[in-house]
Design a protein around this ligand. Structure first.
Ligand code: AMP
Length: 498
């Protein structure tokens, strides 16, 4: 447990050294800005908000394993927060949950790249401001976070974290508008890029999505109250009924059973929900943007089989994210689906250090082939995506060692060639194997018999009735302006922000 009570905004070095004066580059330099993938959850008007938020975060654990936090607000509008690094089940004890009272709750799980002070950046961020206690949980990356932050620091703002969410908090608290609703509206209008946010002020809960709708956020109903969550799997676990997706540009105020649609942000020319949520990130038992993630992945797999057929004995998945697309491939090809790779679900941090020579260590502790399935056989291995190529190289090696005669690698998405600036954590561009190598070169590096990627057109066609989608990581077509990149505050190689 790293933090109890209110996490009030404190001092950073830039502000301390030169309060209220212009600074060149703030203490939170480009390298220090965090990059995050996240899951958010909110509840209003339901007794035991802490337990519900805990369960909701449990279901959203796949969206972030680095830290977790729950803030609840009691009948007096007072916020209390528990947050820390680790998995949801490890961060909160029964005593912690018992100490969090109230019918309103905000929760967050976060994954971040190493070395960005994850305990400090754990959310929700909770502050006391002019209109009461405020908490915020944010999913997505702002593309003008550094620009906004620099301006705020010049104006004297003091930052405690490197997270985009704190930028939003400052914009809200500094707004000259009068009501909470107007201040939120004002703050959100300054943001570029991706945000799906859950905010509490006093006992009222607010939920907002950027005008392109990059990240999912769904609304549910339970008993006398409402729930918002990144994915429907978090509604299912608490028995909440799905109402609808929160639409691009929407700002909702939720108070128990009451839902108020506040003024929307100006609509973007085109909505751009992230197709990579469907490819890899969301859970297959979730339904986001009106599409079942499992059905979308199956459609990708079927299209993949049409584009890259091959004669083989079995289709196996790289579990778990490729299970649905492998099933789709098997359905379309008529080749039997088999369990050829097992994944250990209990892999955590280990004290055993791999020897220098064992480059496969990371994959070895996670995956193991079923020898009886692959030995002497022509195997089609389906994965949802290829990013660095390191895990896949190890997997091909394991399958060969287990006696696979042929290994045909099939990927349920196009080559990832560009970093994501909107909230999926991708390595920098020079580490993306698809950015620097042809399909033939990648096939050789992986050591496979054949390699086939789903085409961009094929992927988009498979889900076209739910689109259009953001496909920037595949196409380089960034719909929301990359303000910080354009201003020289971030690079294409290493996108900052959260
Ligand atoms: P690699 O062979 O190292 O490129 O790893 C490919 C695996 O990474 C695939 O099985 C994907 O499921 C998984 N993957 C895709 N995107 C991400 C991401 N943003 N973070 C972590 N893993 C990912």
């Amino acid at each position: 447990m790293n933090d109890t009570g209110l996490g009030l905004t404190g001092l950073d070095r830039a502000g301390l050294d030169r309060p209220g004066r212009a600074v060149d580059i703030p203490a939170s330099s480009l390298e220090e800005m965090s990059r995050e993938e996240c899951g958010v959850f909110g509840v209003t008007g339901i007794e035991g908000a802490a337990e519900l938020t805990f369960l909701g975060l449990y279901a959203l654990q796949h969206r972030g394993q680095e830290s977790a936090g729950i803030c609840t607000i009691n009948g007096e509008g007072t916020a209390r927060v528990r947050k820390g690094t680790g998995l949801v089940a490890d961060v909160f004890s029964a005593d912690d949950l018992n100490a969090l009272h109230g019918k309103t709750g905000v929760g967050h799980v976060r994954y971040s790249t190493a070395g960005d002070g994850s305990a400090q950046n754990a959310q929700p961020i909770v502050v006391r401001y002019a209109q009461g206690d405020l908490s915020i949980a944010h999913n997505g990356n702002l593309t003008n976070a550094q620009q906004l932050r620099n301006r705020l620091v010049e104006e004297g703002a003091l930052f405690q974290t490197t997270s985009d969410s704190e930028v939003i908090v400052h914009l809200i608290s500094r707004s000259r508008r009068e009501t909470v609703e107007a201040q939120l509206d004002d703050a959100l209008a300054h943001l570029e890029g991706a945000f799906s946010v859950v905010i509490s002020v006093g006992e009222a809960l607010y939920a907002a999505v950027d005008s392109r709708g990059f990240r999912p956020l769904v609304l549910g109903r339970k008993d006398e109250g409402h729930v918002v969550a990144s994915e429907t799997c978090a509604l299912d676990i608490i028995g909440a009924e799905y109402v609808r997706d929160i639409r691009p540009g929407e700002l909702l105020k939720l108070e128990g059973a009451h839902v108020e649609e506040l003024r929307s942000l100006p609509p973007a020319p085109e909505v751009a929900p992230c197709v990579f949520e469907l490819v890899y990130f969301a859970r297959p038992d979730s339904n986001i943007w009106g599409v079942s993630v499992d059905r979308a992945r199956r459609a990708f797999g079927r299209q993949l089989a049409r584009e890259h057929p091959v004669d083989a004995d079995c289709v196996i998945a790289v579990p778990d994210s490729a299970n649905s697309s492998a099933l789709g491939y098997a359905e379309e090809s008529g080749i039997p689906y088999e369990l050829g790779l097992l994944r250990n679900h209990y892999v955590g941090r280990t004290f055993i250090r791999p020897s220098q020579a064992d480059r496969d260590f990371g994959a070895r502790i996670k995956y193991n082939p079923v020898k009886e399935v692959v030995e002497g056989r022509r195997v089609i291995v389906v994965d949802d995506s290829l990013v660095r190529g390191t895990t896949s190289t190890s997997l091909v090696k394991f399958l060969r060692e287990a006696g696979a005669k042929e290994v045909h690698f099939r990927i349920g998405s196009p080559p990832v060639k560009f970093p994501c600036f909107y909230g999926i954590d991708m390595p920098s561009r020079d580490e993306l194997i698809g950015a620097s190598h042809s399909v033939e070169q990648i096939a050789e590096l992986l050591g496979v018999t054949s390699l086939g990627y789903l085409s961009l057109e094929g992927m988009l066609a498979a889900v076209k009735e739910y689109g259009p989608f953001c496909d920037a990581c595949f196409s380089g077509d960034y719909s929301a302006p990359l303000v910080d990149v354009e201003k020289g505050l971030a690079t294409m190689q290493n996108p900052p922000g959260c």
